[in-house]
Design a protein around this ligand. Structure first.
Ligand code: G6P
Length: 588
Protein backbone atom coordinates (compact mmCIF):
# COMPACT_ATOMS: atom_id res chain seq x y z
CA UNK A 1 0.00 0.00 0.00
CA UNK A 2 2.19 2.75 -1.35
CA UNK A 3 5.88 2.12 -1.76
CA UNK A 4 8.49 4.60 -0.67
CA UNK A 5 12.16 4.82 -1.42
CA UNK A 6 14.90 7.29 -0.56
CA UNK A 7 18.51 7.19 -1.71
CA UNK A 8 21.59 9.11 -0.70
CA UNK A 9 24.47 8.72 -3.16
CA UNK A 10 27.69 8.49 -1.17
CA UNK A 11 29.86 9.59 -4.08
CA UNK A 12 27.66 12.54 -5.03
CA UNK A 13 26.38 10.78 -8.15
CA UNK A 14 22.90 11.22 -9.53
CA UNK A 15 20.44 8.81 -7.87
CA UNK A 16 17.36 9.51 -10.03
CA UNK A 17 17.75 6.30 -12.06
CA UNK A 18 18.32 4.23 -8.94
CA UNK A 19 15.12 5.65 -7.49
CA UNK A 20 13.16 4.69 -10.61
CA UNK A 21 14.65 1.17 -10.56
CA UNK A 22 13.66 0.89 -6.91
CA UNK A 23 10.13 2.05 -7.70
CA UNK A 24 9.86 -0.68 -10.33
CA UNK A 25 10.28 -3.20 -7.52
CA UNK A 26 7.76 -1.39 -5.33
CA UNK A 27 5.04 -0.94 -7.90
CA UNK A 28 3.20 -3.99 -6.54
CA UNK A 29 2.34 -1.80 -3.53
CA UNK A 30 0.21 0.57 -5.60
CA UNK A 31 0.10 2.10 -9.02
CA UNK A 32 -2.34 4.99 -8.88
CA UNK A 33 0.52 7.43 -9.41
CA UNK A 34 4.27 7.67 -9.06
CA UNK A 35 6.68 10.48 -8.31
CA UNK A 36 10.26 11.41 -7.61
CA UNK A 37 12.01 14.38 -5.98
CA UNK A 38 15.70 15.21 -5.70
CA UNK A 39 17.69 18.02 -4.16
CA UNK A 40 19.47 19.92 -6.90
CA UNK A 41 21.43 23.14 -6.30
CA UNK A 42 19.65 23.68 -2.98
CA UNK A 43 16.26 23.36 -4.68
CA UNK A 44 13.75 20.54 -4.61
CA UNK A 45 12.99 19.27 -8.10
CA UNK A 46 10.08 16.91 -8.46
CA UNK A 47 8.19 15.10 -11.15
CA UNK A 48 4.96 13.15 -10.76
CA UNK A 49 2.58 11.29 -13.04
CA UNK A 50 -0.81 9.65 -12.66
CA UNK A 51 -1.08 5.91 -13.27
CA UNK A 52 1.64 3.35 -13.64
CA UNK A 53 5.35 4.05 -13.20
CA UNK A 54 5.81 3.92 -16.97
CA UNK A 55 4.02 7.28 -17.22
CA UNK A 56 6.55 8.83 -14.86
CA UNK A 57 9.42 7.28 -16.80
CA UNK A 58 8.10 8.72 -20.05
CA UNK A 59 7.78 12.13 -18.42
CA UNK A 60 11.31 11.90 -17.02
CA UNK A 61 12.71 11.21 -20.49
CA UNK A 62 11.49 14.64 -21.59
CA UNK A 63 12.40 16.38 -18.31
CA UNK A 64 15.36 14.62 -16.72
CA UNK A 65 16.14 15.59 -13.14
CA UNK A 66 19.25 14.79 -11.18
CA UNK A 67 20.58 15.01 -7.66
CA UNK A 68 22.53 12.86 -5.24
CA UNK A 69 19.78 12.80 -2.61
CA UNK A 70 16.26 11.85 -3.59
CA UNK A 71 12.99 10.14 -2.74
CA UNK A 72 10.36 8.27 -4.76
CA UNK A 73 6.84 7.01 -4.28
CA UNK A 74 4.33 4.70 -5.86
CA UNK A 75 0.82 5.35 -4.63
CA UNK A 76 -2.28 3.41 -3.65
CA UNK A 77 -4.68 6.26 -3.02
CA UNK A 78 -6.28 6.58 0.42
CA UNK A 79 -6.80 10.30 1.04
CA UNK A 80 -7.48 12.16 -2.17
CA UNK A 81 -8.16 10.99 -5.69
CA UNK A 82 -5.35 9.50 -7.76
CA UNK A 83 -4.51 12.81 -9.46
CA UNK A 84 -1.09 14.27 -10.23
CA UNK A 85 -1.67 16.93 -7.62
CA UNK A 86 -2.19 14.33 -4.91
CA UNK A 87 0.78 12.26 -6.07
CA UNK A 88 3.81 12.10 -3.77
CA UNK A 89 6.37 13.53 -3.16
CA UNK A 90 4.34 16.19 -1.41
CA UNK A 91 6.18 19.46 -0.87
CA UNK A 92 6.09 22.51 1.34
CA UNK A 93 8.54 25.19 0.18
CA UNK A 94 11.91 23.47 0.77
CA UNK A 95 10.67 20.12 2.08
CA UNK A 96 9.60 17.05 0.09
CA UNK A 97 8.00 14.01 1.72
CA UNK A 98 6.94 10.53 0.67
CA UNK A 99 4.62 8.57 2.93
CA UNK A 100 3.08 5.14 3.21
CA UNK A 101 0.27 4.88 5.76
CA UNK A 102 -2.40 7.17 7.16
CA UNK A 103 -1.99 10.19 9.43
CA UNK A 104 -5.12 9.80 11.52
CA UNK A 105 -5.01 13.22 13.22
CA UNK A 106 -4.34 15.14 10.01
CA UNK A 107 -7.52 17.21 10.31
CA UNK A 108 -6.49 18.84 13.63
CA UNK A 109 -2.94 19.32 12.37
CA UNK A 110 -4.19 20.86 9.14
CA UNK A 111 -6.44 23.27 11.00
CA UNK A 112 -3.54 24.32 13.20
CA UNK A 113 -1.18 24.78 10.23
CA UNK A 114 -3.80 26.79 8.35
CA UNK A 115 -4.03 29.12 11.32
CA UNK A 116 -0.28 29.62 10.90
CA UNK A 117 -0.80 30.59 7.26
CA UNK A 118 0.11 27.31 5.52
CA UNK A 119 -1.86 26.81 2.33
CA UNK A 120 -2.89 23.26 1.49
CA UNK A 121 -2.68 22.29 -2.14
CA UNK A 122 -3.52 18.58 -2.03
CA UNK A 123 -6.26 16.41 -0.58
CA UNK A 124 -3.72 14.13 1.09
CA UNK A 125 -3.15 13.51 4.78
CA UNK A 126 0.59 13.55 3.99
CA UNK A 127 0.69 17.27 3.30
CA UNK A 128 0.57 18.01 7.02
CA UNK A 129 3.95 16.27 7.44
CA UNK A 130 5.60 18.47 4.82
CA UNK A 131 4.18 21.68 6.33
CA UNK A 132 4.95 20.64 9.90
CA UNK A 133 8.58 20.03 8.95
CA UNK A 134 8.75 23.34 7.14
CA UNK A 135 7.21 25.14 10.12
CA UNK A 136 9.81 23.73 12.51
CA UNK A 137 12.63 24.62 10.14
CA UNK A 138 11.24 28.14 9.75
CA UNK A 139 11.22 28.34 13.55
CA UNK A 140 14.96 27.71 13.51
CA UNK A 141 14.94 24.05 14.66
CA UNK A 142 17.81 21.81 13.69
CA UNK A 143 16.83 19.12 11.21
CA UNK A 144 16.86 16.37 13.83
CA UNK A 145 14.88 18.44 16.30
CA UNK A 146 12.35 19.38 13.61
CA UNK A 147 11.86 15.76 12.58
CA UNK A 148 11.58 14.58 16.15
CA UNK A 149 8.94 17.22 16.91
CA UNK A 150 6.92 16.23 13.87
CA UNK A 151 7.09 12.54 14.77
CA UNK A 152 5.75 13.43 18.21
CA UNK A 153 2.81 15.26 16.64
CA UNK A 154 1.62 12.81 14.01
CA UNK A 155 -0.60 9.83 14.88
CA UNK A 156 -1.51 6.83 12.77
CA UNK A 157 0.68 4.62 10.64
CA UNK A 158 3.60 5.76 8.58
CA UNK A 159 6.79 5.05 6.81
CA UNK A 160 8.10 8.43 5.74
CA UNK A 161 11.17 9.81 4.07
CA UNK A 162 11.94 13.51 3.65
CA UNK A 163 14.52 15.65 1.90
CA UNK A 164 15.26 19.34 2.32
CA UNK A 165 16.58 22.11 0.11
CA UNK A 166 18.35 23.71 3.08
CA UNK A 167 20.05 20.42 4.12
CA UNK A 168 20.95 19.22 0.63
CA UNK A 169 22.97 16.16 1.66
CA UNK A 170 20.55 14.77 4.17
CA UNK A 171 17.57 12.44 4.19
CA UNK A 172 15.50 11.51 7.24
CA UNK A 173 13.09 8.59 7.49
CA UNK A 174 10.90 7.02 10.16
CA UNK A 175 8.49 4.17 10.64
CA UNK A 176 5.49 3.46 12.77
CA UNK A 177 3.34 0.48 11.78
CA UNK A 178 4.33 0.63 8.10
CA UNK A 179 7.45 -1.21 7.01
CA UNK A 180 10.75 0.53 6.38
CA UNK A 181 14.23 -0.85 5.85
CA UNK A 182 17.57 0.92 5.55
CA UNK A 183 19.99 -0.54 3.01
CA UNK A 184 23.75 -0.11 2.79
CA UNK A 185 25.80 -0.43 -0.37
CA UNK A 186 29.24 0.66 -1.46
CA UNK A 187 27.98 3.86 -3.03
CA UNK A 188 24.48 4.31 -1.64
CA UNK A 189 22.50 4.35 1.56
CA UNK A 190 18.82 3.74 0.93
CA UNK A 191 15.52 3.58 2.75
CA UNK A 192 12.64 1.63 1.28
CA UNK A 193 9.34 -0.07 1.99
CA UNK A 194 10.94 -3.34 1.11
CA UNK A 195 14.38 -4.70 0.58
CA UNK A 196 13.87 -5.72 -3.03
CA UNK A 197 13.71 -1.99 -3.90
CA UNK A 198 17.29 -1.50 -2.79
CA UNK A 199 18.84 -4.90 -3.44
CA UNK A 200 20.40 -3.69 -6.71
CA UNK A 201 22.67 -1.21 -4.88
CA UNK A 202 22.78 -2.51 -1.31
CA UNK A 203 24.13 -5.66 0.31
CA UNK A 204 23.23 -5.09 3.98
CA UNK A 205 20.00 -4.07 5.61
CA UNK A 206 18.57 -2.86 8.91
CA UNK A 207 14.85 -3.20 9.52
CA UNK A 208 13.52 -0.26 11.51
CA UNK A 209 11.22 -1.09 14.40
CA UNK A 210 8.11 0.92 15.26
CA UNK A 211 9.01 4.40 16.41
CA UNK A 212 12.59 4.26 15.15
CA UNK A 213 14.03 6.77 12.73
CA UNK A 214 17.20 7.42 10.81
CA UNK A 215 19.19 10.39 9.58
CA UNK A 216 21.37 9.74 6.56
CA UNK A 217 23.99 12.35 5.73
CA UNK A 218 27.50 12.43 4.31
CA UNK A 219 27.78 8.68 3.90
CA UNK A 220 26.57 7.85 7.41
CA UNK A 221 23.32 6.64 8.86
CA UNK A 222 22.49 7.53 12.47
CA UNK A 223 19.64 5.66 14.13
CA UNK A 224 17.33 6.80 16.92
CA UNK A 225 14.62 5.15 19.01
CA UNK A 226 11.18 6.62 19.56
CA UNK A 227 12.54 8.90 22.30
CA UNK A 228 15.26 10.05 19.91
CA UNK A 229 18.02 8.31 21.86
CA UNK A 230 20.77 7.08 19.52
CA UNK A 231 20.68 3.32 18.89
CA UNK A 232 22.89 0.93 16.96
CA UNK A 233 20.76 -1.69 15.25
CA UNK A 234 22.51 -4.69 13.75
CA UNK A 235 22.93 -5.02 9.98
CA UNK A 236 21.87 -8.20 8.19
CA UNK A 237 22.95 -9.47 4.79
CA UNK A 238 20.37 -9.03 2.02
CA UNK A 239 19.42 -12.52 0.92
CA UNK A 240 20.27 -13.53 -2.65
CA UNK A 241 16.75 -14.58 -3.57
CA UNK A 242 15.68 -10.93 -3.38
CA UNK A 243 18.04 -9.90 -6.06
CA UNK A 244 16.44 -11.11 -9.24
CA UNK A 245 12.77 -11.39 -10.05
CA UNK A 246 12.19 -11.47 -13.76
CA UNK A 247 9.24 -12.71 -15.80
CA UNK A 248 11.51 -14.81 -17.98
CA UNK A 249 9.63 -16.57 -20.79
CA UNK A 250 6.20 -15.76 -19.31
CA UNK A 251 3.85 -13.02 -20.41
CA UNK A 252 2.93 -12.23 -16.82
CA UNK A 253 4.32 -12.76 -13.35
CA UNK A 254 1.03 -14.36 -12.39
CA UNK A 255 1.41 -17.10 -15.00
CA UNK A 256 5.03 -17.63 -13.98
CA UNK A 257 4.01 -17.89 -10.35
CA UNK A 258 1.19 -20.34 -11.12
CA UNK A 259 3.69 -22.49 -13.01
CA UNK A 260 6.19 -22.31 -10.14
CA UNK A 261 3.79 -24.01 -7.74
CA UNK A 262 5.20 -27.54 -7.92
CA UNK A 263 8.63 -26.22 -6.99
CA UNK A 264 7.22 -23.87 -4.31
CA UNK A 265 5.33 -26.81 -2.81
CA UNK A 266 8.39 -29.05 -2.98
CA UNK A 267 10.58 -26.49 -1.21
CA UNK A 268 7.94 -25.70 1.38
CA UNK A 269 7.70 -29.40 2.23
CA UNK A 270 11.46 -29.72 2.37
CA UNK A 271 12.21 -26.72 4.55
CA UNK A 272 9.40 -26.97 7.08
CA UNK A 273 9.62 -29.56 9.80
CA UNK A 274 6.65 -29.08 12.08
CA UNK A 275 7.38 -29.73 15.71
CA UNK A 276 4.34 -31.36 17.37
CA UNK A 277 5.22 -29.40 20.51
CA UNK A 278 3.57 -26.44 18.90
CA UNK A 279 0.17 -27.90 19.83
CA UNK A 280 1.21 -28.98 23.31
CA UNK A 281 -1.47 -27.99 25.85
CA UNK A 282 -3.43 -26.11 23.19
CA UNK A 283 -7.20 -26.29 23.54
CA UNK A 284 -8.19 -23.80 20.83
CA UNK A 285 -6.69 -22.47 17.61
CA UNK A 286 -7.36 -18.96 16.38
CA UNK A 287 -6.47 -18.20 12.76
CA UNK A 288 -6.18 -14.54 11.68
CA UNK A 289 -5.75 -13.55 8.05
CA UNK A 290 -7.08 -11.50 5.13
CA UNK A 291 -8.00 -12.16 1.50
CA UNK A 292 -6.56 -15.28 -0.05
CA UNK A 293 -4.66 -16.08 3.15
CA UNK A 294 -7.99 -16.10 5.01
CA UNK A 295 -9.26 -18.77 2.64
CA UNK A 296 -6.16 -20.85 3.43
CA UNK A 297 -7.18 -20.50 7.07
CA UNK A 298 -10.70 -21.70 6.27
CA UNK A 299 -9.28 -24.85 4.66
CA UNK A 300 -7.10 -25.38 7.74
CA UNK A 301 -10.16 -25.40 9.98
CA UNK A 302 -11.40 -28.55 8.20
CA UNK A 303 -7.99 -30.20 8.54
CA UNK A 304 -7.19 -29.17 12.13
CA UNK A 305 -10.56 -30.13 13.57
CA UNK A 306 -10.51 -33.48 11.79
CA UNK A 307 -6.91 -34.49 12.55
CA UNK A 308 -5.90 -32.53 15.65
CA UNK A 309 -9.35 -32.56 17.25
CA UNK A 310 -8.81 -28.97 18.39
CA UNK A 311 -11.60 -26.42 17.83
CA UNK A 312 -10.62 -23.69 15.38
CA UNK A 313 -11.88 -20.14 14.86
CA UNK A 314 -10.94 -18.50 11.58
CA UNK A 315 -11.25 -14.74 11.74
CA UNK A 316 -11.13 -11.98 9.15
CA UNK A 317 -8.34 -9.94 10.71
CA UNK A 318 -9.88 -6.55 9.88
CA UNK A 319 -12.99 -7.42 11.91
CA UNK A 320 -11.36 -9.18 14.79
CA UNK A 321 -10.21 -6.45 17.14
CA UNK A 322 -13.24 -4.24 16.61
CA UNK A 323 -15.63 -6.59 18.35
CA UNK A 324 -15.10 -8.15 21.76
CA UNK A 325 -13.54 -11.49 20.90
CA UNK A 326 -13.12 -14.02 23.67
CA UNK A 327 -9.67 -15.55 23.59
CA UNK A 328 -9.91 -18.76 25.58
CA UNK A 329 -7.12 -20.14 27.73
CA UNK A 330 -4.41 -22.13 25.93
CA UNK A 331 -5.17 -20.64 22.55
CA UNK A 332 -2.65 -20.88 19.76
CA UNK A 333 -2.94 -17.90 17.41
CA UNK A 334 -1.84 -18.47 13.80
CA UNK A 335 -1.43 -15.53 11.44
CA UNK A 336 -1.37 -16.44 7.75
CA UNK A 337 0.09 -13.87 5.39
CA UNK A 338 1.99 -13.74 2.16
CA UNK A 339 3.49 -10.29 2.64
CA UNK A 340 3.89 -10.50 6.40
CA UNK A 341 2.89 -6.89 6.68
CA UNK A 342 -0.89 -6.69 6.19
CA UNK A 343 -1.80 -4.14 8.82
CA UNK A 344 -5.15 -5.75 9.69
CA UNK A 345 -3.45 -9.06 10.45
CA UNK A 346 -0.61 -7.37 12.33
CA UNK A 347 -3.01 -5.34 14.47
CA UNK A 348 -5.21 -8.37 15.17
CA UNK A 349 -2.13 -10.24 16.37
CA UNK A 350 -1.18 -7.34 18.59
CA UNK A 351 -4.68 -7.42 20.04
CA UNK A 352 -4.18 -11.11 20.87
CA UNK A 353 -0.82 -10.33 22.46
CA UNK A 354 -2.26 -7.56 24.63
CA UNK A 355 -5.33 -9.47 25.71
CA UNK A 356 -4.00 -12.97 26.29
CA UNK A 357 -0.86 -14.96 26.82
CA UNK A 358 -1.46 -17.00 23.69
CA UNK A 359 1.46 -18.29 21.71
CA UNK A 360 1.62 -16.67 18.27
CA UNK A 361 2.73 -18.49 15.15
CA UNK A 362 3.08 -16.87 11.73
CA UNK A 363 2.94 -18.48 8.32
CA UNK A 364 4.57 -15.90 6.08
CA UNK A 365 6.18 -15.77 2.67
CA UNK A 366 8.33 -12.68 3.10
CA UNK A 367 11.28 -13.31 5.39
CA UNK A 368 11.85 -10.85 8.22
CA UNK A 369 8.52 -9.20 7.58
CA UNK A 370 6.75 -7.33 10.37
CA UNK A 371 4.37 -10.17 11.25
CA UNK A 372 7.13 -12.75 11.31
CA UNK A 373 9.14 -10.51 13.62
CA UNK A 374 6.34 -10.11 16.19
CA UNK A 375 5.51 -13.83 16.28
CA UNK A 376 6.91 -16.42 18.67
CA UNK A 377 7.50 -18.80 15.83
CA UNK A 378 7.46 -18.53 12.03
CA UNK A 379 6.96 -21.08 9.28
CA UNK A 380 8.07 -19.65 5.98
CA UNK A 381 6.35 -20.66 2.78
CA UNK A 382 9.22 -21.21 0.38
CA UNK A 383 7.35 -19.79 -2.61
CA UNK A 384 9.92 -17.11 -3.41
CA UNK A 385 8.95 -13.54 -4.19
CA UNK A 386 5.38 -13.26 -5.42
CA UNK A 387 5.00 -10.24 -7.70
CA UNK A 388 1.57 -10.74 -9.30
CA UNK A 389 -0.97 -8.91 -7.16
CA UNK A 390 -3.30 -11.92 -7.13
CA UNK A 391 -1.75 -14.48 -4.81
CA UNK A 392 -1.19 -17.95 -6.29
CA UNK A 393 1.94 -19.86 -5.29
CA UNK A 394 1.97 -18.35 -1.79
CA UNK A 395 -1.57 -19.68 -1.28
CA UNK A 396 -0.82 -23.30 -2.17
CA UNK A 397 2.40 -23.10 -0.14
CA UNK A 398 0.40 -21.82 2.86
CA UNK A 399 -1.91 -24.80 2.45
CA UNK A 400 1.09 -27.12 2.44
CA UNK A 401 2.31 -25.80 5.81
CA UNK A 402 -1.18 -25.94 7.30
CA UNK A 403 -1.66 -29.49 6.01
CA UNK A 404 1.68 -30.57 7.50
CA UNK A 405 0.64 -29.08 10.82
CA UNK A 406 -2.62 -31.02 10.65
CA UNK A 407 -1.37 -34.36 9.33
CA UNK A 408 1.70 -34.59 11.61
CA UNK A 409 0.48 -37.74 13.38
CA UNK A 410 -0.73 -39.42 10.23
CA UNK A 411 2.07 -41.37 8.63
CA UNK A 412 0.28 -42.20 5.40
CA UNK A 413 -0.71 -38.59 4.70
CA UNK A 414 2.77 -37.34 5.60
CA UNK A 415 4.19 -39.78 3.03
CA UNK A 416 1.64 -38.67 0.45
CA UNK A 417 3.19 -35.20 0.50
CA UNK A 418 6.02 -36.55 -1.60
CA UNK A 419 3.61 -37.07 -4.53
CA UNK A 420 2.01 -33.67 -4.27
CA UNK A 421 4.44 -31.60 -6.39
CA UNK A 422 4.21 -34.07 -9.30
CA UNK A 423 0.41 -34.18 -9.16
CA UNK A 424 0.28 -30.38 -9.13
CA UNK A 425 2.62 -30.39 -12.12
CA UNK A 426 0.02 -32.46 -14.00
CA UNK A 427 -2.67 -29.90 -13.12
CA UNK A 428 -0.63 -27.23 -14.92
CA UNK A 429 -1.15 -29.20 -18.14
CA UNK A 430 -4.78 -28.09 -17.95
CA UNK A 431 -3.77 -24.61 -19.11
CA UNK A 432 -4.91 -25.25 -22.71
CA UNK A 433 -8.22 -26.57 -21.52
CA UNK A 434 -8.57 -23.48 -19.30
CA UNK A 435 -7.94 -21.30 -22.37
CA UNK A 436 -10.85 -22.97 -24.16
CA UNK A 437 -13.06 -22.68 -21.12
CA UNK A 438 -12.12 -19.02 -20.76
CA UNK A 439 -13.08 -18.51 -24.41
CA UNK A 440 -16.52 -19.79 -23.51
CA UNK A 441 -17.13 -17.86 -20.31
CA UNK A 442 -15.13 -14.65 -20.64
CA UNK A 443 -18.11 -12.57 -21.73
CA UNK A 444 -20.23 -13.56 -18.73
CA UNK A 445 -21.04 -10.77 -16.28
CA UNK A 446 -21.10 -13.04 -13.30
CA UNK A 447 -20.03 -16.53 -12.22
CA UNK A 448 -20.90 -18.91 -9.40
CA UNK A 449 -18.40 -21.27 -7.75
CA UNK A 450 -19.62 -24.21 -5.65
CA UNK A 451 -17.73 -26.57 -3.37
CA UNK A 452 -18.32 -28.66 -0.28
CA UNK A 453 -16.15 -29.40 2.75
CA UNK A 454 -12.57 -28.24 2.39
CA UNK A 455 -13.32 -27.36 -1.24
CA UNK A 456 -15.84 -24.73 -0.16
CA UNK A 457 -13.03 -22.27 0.70
CA UNK A 458 -11.46 -23.14 -2.66
CA UNK A 459 -14.70 -22.11 -4.37
CA UNK A 460 -14.36 -18.75 -2.54
CA UNK A 461 -10.73 -18.47 -3.62
CA UNK A 462 -11.59 -19.37 -7.24
CA UNK A 463 -14.24 -16.65 -7.28
CA UNK A 464 -11.84 -14.15 -5.70
CA UNK A 465 -9.20 -14.85 -8.35
CA UNK A 466 -11.73 -14.20 -11.11
CA UNK A 467 -12.96 -10.97 -9.49
CA UNK A 468 -9.48 -9.66 -8.78
CA UNK A 469 -7.95 -9.93 -12.19
CA UNK A 470 -10.79 -10.12 -14.72
CA UNK A 471 -13.27 -7.80 -12.94
CA UNK A 472 -16.04 -10.35 -13.50
CA UNK A 473 -18.40 -10.52 -10.56
CA UNK A 474 -18.07 -13.97 -9.00
CA UNK A 475 -19.28 -15.58 -5.80
CA UNK A 476 -18.30 -18.80 -4.11
CA UNK A 477 -20.88 -20.75 -2.14
CA UNK A 478 -21.00 -23.90 -0.06
CA UNK A 479 -22.73 -26.19 -2.59
CA UNK A 480 -25.40 -27.19 -0.06
CA UNK A 481 -26.16 -23.55 0.69
CA UNK A 482 -26.98 -22.73 -2.93
CA UNK A 483 -30.60 -23.75 -2.52
CA UNK A 484 -31.04 -21.15 0.24
CA UNK A 485 -30.79 -18.13 -2.05
CA UNK A 486 -28.00 -18.14 -4.63
CA UNK A 487 -30.00 -20.57 -6.77
CA UNK A 488 -32.13 -17.58 -7.81
CA UNK A 489 -29.11 -16.36 -9.79
CA UNK A 490 -28.94 -19.43 -11.99
CA UNK A 491 -30.10 -19.14 -15.58
CA UNK A 492 -28.82 -20.56 -18.87
CA UNK A 493 -26.03 -18.03 -19.15
CA UNK A 494 -24.33 -17.83 -15.80
CA UNK A 495 -21.33 -20.17 -15.53
CA UNK A 496 -21.71 -22.44 -12.49
CA UNK A 497 -18.28 -23.82 -11.64
CA UNK A 498 -18.47 -26.84 -9.36
CA UNK A 499 -15.64 -28.57 -7.51
CA UNK A 500 -16.62 -32.22 -7.28
CA UNK A 501 -13.89 -34.84 -6.91
CA UNK A 502 -14.95 -38.40 -6.19
CA UNK A 503 -14.64 -38.06 -2.40
CA UNK A 504 -16.82 -38.79 0.63
CA UNK A 505 -19.04 -35.79 -0.21
CA UNK A 506 -19.34 -36.71 -3.89
CA UNK A 507 -23.00 -37.81 -3.81
CA UNK A 508 -24.06 -34.68 -1.94
CA UNK A 509 -22.23 -32.34 -4.32
CA UNK A 510 -23.48 -34.31 -7.32
CA UNK A 511 -27.07 -33.74 -6.12
CA UNK A 512 -26.41 -30.03 -5.80
CA UNK A 513 -25.08 -30.11 -9.36
CA UNK A 514 -28.28 -31.81 -10.57
CA UNK A 515 -30.30 -29.05 -8.95
CA UNK A 516 -28.20 -26.40 -10.72
CA UNK A 517 -28.47 -28.30 -14.02
CA UNK A 518 -32.25 -28.30 -13.77
CA UNK A 519 -32.08 -24.48 -13.91
CA UNK A 520 -29.04 -23.63 -16.00
CA UNK A 521 -27.09 -24.87 -19.00
CA UNK A 522 -23.62 -23.58 -18.26
CA UNK A 523 -22.46 -26.09 -15.63
CA UNK A 524 -18.71 -26.70 -15.48
CA UNK A 525 -17.39 -29.40 -13.15
CA UNK A 526 -13.83 -29.86 -11.92
CA UNK A 527 -13.61 -33.53 -11.02
CA UNK A 528 -11.44 -36.64 -11.36
CA UNK A 529 -11.76 -39.60 -13.71
CA UNK A 530 -13.95 -41.62 -11.30
CA UNK A 531 -16.24 -38.64 -10.68
CA UNK A 532 -16.52 -37.81 -14.35
CA UNK A 533 -18.04 -41.24 -15.11
CA UNK A 534 -20.85 -40.56 -12.67
CA UNK A 535 -21.62 -36.90 -13.35
CA UNK A 536 -24.29 -35.79 -15.87
CA UNK A 537 -23.19 -35.74 -19.50
CA UNK A 538 -24.88 -32.36 -20.20
CA UNK A 539 -22.19 -30.68 -18.13
CA UNK A 540 -18.63 -29.69 -19.05
CA UNK A 541 -16.19 -31.84 -17.13
CA UNK A 542 -12.59 -30.89 -16.45
CA UNK A 543 -10.69 -33.93 -15.29
CA UNK A 544 -7.96 -33.44 -12.70
CA UNK A 545 -5.49 -36.07 -11.57
CA UNK A 546 -6.82 -38.35 -8.86
CA UNK A 547 -5.51 -37.33 -5.44
CA UNK A 548 -6.16 -38.28 -1.81
CA UNK A 549 -9.17 -36.19 -0.84
CA UNK A 550 -7.31 -34.36 1.96
CA UNK A 551 -4.97 -32.82 -0.62
CA UNK A 552 -7.74 -31.80 -3.03
CA UNK A 553 -7.87 -28.14 -1.87
CA UNK A 554 -4.25 -27.67 -2.93
CA UNK A 555 -4.73 -29.33 -6.31
CA UNK A 556 -8.11 -27.82 -7.20
CA UNK A 557 -6.89 -24.27 -6.54
CA UNK A 558 -4.51 -24.52 -9.49
CA UNK A 559 -6.85 -24.85 -12.51
CA UNK A 560 -9.07 -22.14 -11.00
CA UNK A 561 -6.06 -19.79 -11.01
CA UNK A 562 -5.41 -20.72 -14.64
CA UNK A 563 -9.03 -20.14 -15.53
CA UNK A 564 -9.06 -16.68 -13.94
CA UNK A 565 -5.77 -15.85 -15.68
CA UNK A 566 -7.10 -16.82 -19.12
CA UNK A 567 -10.40 -14.99 -18.64
CA UNK A 568 -8.45 -11.87 -17.64
CA UNK A 569 -6.24 -12.19 -20.73
CA UNK A 570 -9.30 -12.36 -22.96
CA UNK A 571 -10.87 -9.39 -21.26
CA UNK A 572 -7.65 -7.43 -21.73
CA UNK A 573 -7.10 -6.45 -18.11
CA UNK A 574 -3.74 -5.77 -16.52
CA UNK A 575 -3.23 -9.20 -15.00
CA UNK A 576 -0.26 -8.44 -12.75
CA UNK A 577 -1.53 -5.05 -11.64
CA UNK A 578 -5.31 -5.22 -11.58
CA UNK A 579 -7.13 -1.96 -11.04
CA UNK A 580 -7.63 -0.61 -7.51
CA UNK A 581 -5.67 -3.41 -5.83
CA UNK A 582 -2.31 -3.55 -4.13
CA UNK A 583 -0.34 -6.59 -3.16
CA UNK A 584 0.57 -5.44 0.26
CA UNK A 585 -2.09 -3.66 2.27
CA UNK A 586 -0.58 -1.55 5.01
CA UNK A 587 -3.57 0.66 5.74
CA UNK A 588 -6.75 -0.27 7.56
C1 G6P B 1 -4.23 -7.99 -0.52
C2 G6P B 1 -3.82 -8.81 -1.72
C3 G6P B 1 -4.40 -10.22 -1.61
C4 G6P B 1 -3.97 -10.85 -0.29
C5 G6P B 1 -4.37 -9.99 0.91
C6 G6P B 1 -3.76 -10.48 2.20
O1 G6P B 1 -5.58 -7.71 -0.56
O2 G6P B 1 -4.26 -8.20 -2.92
O3 G6P B 1 -3.91 -11.02 -2.68
O4 G6P B 1 -4.55 -12.11 -0.16
O5 G6P B 1 -3.90 -8.66 0.71
O6 G6P B 1 -2.37 -10.32 2.12
P1 G6P B 1 -1.30 -11.13 2.92
O7 G6P B 1 0.00 -10.58 2.41
O8 G6P B 1 -1.53 -10.82 4.37
O9 G6P B 1 -1.47 -12.56 2.61
Amino acid sequence: MCGIIGIVGIDGKNVANNIISGLEKLEYRGYDSAGIAVVCDRRIEKLRAVGKLQNLKTKLEGNPISGSVGIGHTRWATHGKPTENNAHPITSEGVAVVHNGIIENYRELKFDLQKDGFIFETETDTEVIAHLLQREINNGCSLCKAFQKVLDLIEGSYAIAAIFSSFPNTLVAARHKSPLAVGFGEKHICVGSDVSAMSAVCCDVIYLEDGEWVKIADGNATFFDKNSNPIEPVKQKISDDLISIEKGEYAHYMLKEIMEQPSAIRKTILYNKIDKEIFHDISRILILACGTSYYAGMVAKYWFEKFLKIPVDVEIASEYRYRSPIIGKNTLAIAITQSGETIDTLEALEYVRKNSNSRVVAIANVKNSAISRVSDFVFYTEAGIEVGVASTKAFTAQLVILARMAFGNHEFLMREFQNLPAICEEALDLNDEMKHLAQRIHTANSAIYLGRGSLYPISLEGALKLKEISYVHAEGFAAGEMKHGPIALIDDNIPVICLCPHNELFEKTASNIQVALARGKNIIIFTDSEGSKLLPSETTKIILPTIHSEFAPILYAIPLQLLAYNVALMRGTDVDKPRNLAKSVTVE
